[in-house]
Design a binder for this molecule. Structure first.
Ligand code: FES
Length: 64
């Protein structure tokens, strides 16, 4: 399987591994494993996805 390049950032989620702090990560680039917790709908996730969409729209509108 090819390694994801994480270009669009629309798959942002919050993850926590064991007792480490929660952080925003790209789900396509995170390997699952024991102790991994995932939140898909938090304020941080919505903000990260919103920024990603704004960046994509800016790139798209600059290209047309
Ligand atoms: S960065 Fe695009 S699917 Fe993960």
């Amino acid at each position: 399987m090819k390694k994801p390049i994480g270009a669009c950032k629309l798959c942002a989620v919050e993850i926590q591994v064991k007792d480490k702090p929660w952080k925003v990560a790209l789900s396509c680039a995170v390997k699952t494993g024991e102790g991994l917790q995932v939140k898909t709908d938090t304020e941080a996730v919505r903000l990260a996805r919103s920024k990603a969409i704004q960046q994509l729209l800016a790139l798209f509108s600059a290209a047309v």
